[in-house]
Design a binder for this molecule. Sequence first.
Ligand SMILES: Cc1ncc(COP(=O)(O)O)c(C=O)c1O
Length: 329
Amino acid sequence: MTATSTALRILSADEVLTALGELRTRQPVQYWAFYSSQLGGIVTDPSLMLIPFDDHMVHRGHGIFDTAGLVNGRIYDLDAHLDRFVRSAASSRLALPCSREEMRSIIIRTTAASGRRDGSIRYWLSSGPGSLELSPAAGSVPGFFVMVFAGLSYPERWYTEGMRVMTTTYPIKPPLYAVTKATNYLPNVLMQMEAKAAGLDNGVFIDPAGHVGESSNMNVAFVTSDGVLRHPKFEHVLAGCTSLRLLELAPALVRQGLIAGVEVCDVPVAQAQQAREMFLLGSSVRVAPVVEWDGRPIGDGRPGPVARALLQLLDDDMHRGDRLIDVPY
Ligand SMILES: Cc1ncc(COP(=O)(O)O)c(C=O)c1O
């Protein structure tokens, strides 16, 4: 920070570039490639991965995003993530900058430019710069951005010992906003910060009818006391690509006799708290068992067999399934 006694100078472009570089030196990041439609290409220096301050996504939160995984040189389930991206664009009244096919191709080519074989690929759509108004600037051009980065990392303990969660005191997003993957994650951020401040791993949103919603950037599912794998309906939470895929794969566990069935339904909190198993699901966390919720154990308070089996199903699909795109490095 500039000391208050130091005169505030007007900086040259070179000084700005130097300052941006120093920022990244002080706080190193693992961002490997960034495409910007506004720049018309890809940069690999994190200090140049920028978006104009007056972009509507920055100052009004009018933007959407999605994230797909990069696993062993292949992109996992990109089409499901892109379908959701296009749906989120429509409900956010955001015009696409180009066709879905072109965005798909830019994502794949940016990944190739990163040279990396494992990580995450996040991409955003904004309504563009041009004013500080509430509505998008007249004539603004939608911006498309792709970032290839190391991805979110979670403690190994979550998988070996299980997670401890709390019911958040923050209200769940109304359904329209919950099903749209917009850049406004304030409730999600506050929920996670609240849980961490309480010494816990994450929070859970409950809807006004007393049904389980979702977690900060993860879905929630249960094996209820009757042995059925139950997942909350997708009308009031984000349609997680991980959840949707696992719901397709889980019948294999019914055939193995590990679960009694699979159901997407309202899950009342009272039923959820009596569950044998509880887990958080998402592209970054994959499948993490929850062993304690609001200070009470879930099941026997240890990670259960269904969490392990679901993680195995997902890992197989991410490494050997039919939803992988080869990156043309
Ligand atoms: C609010 C929210 N719910 C659920 C999920 C899980 O979705 P996915 O499995 O597509 O990562 C995410 C992650 O994107 C999320 O942000």
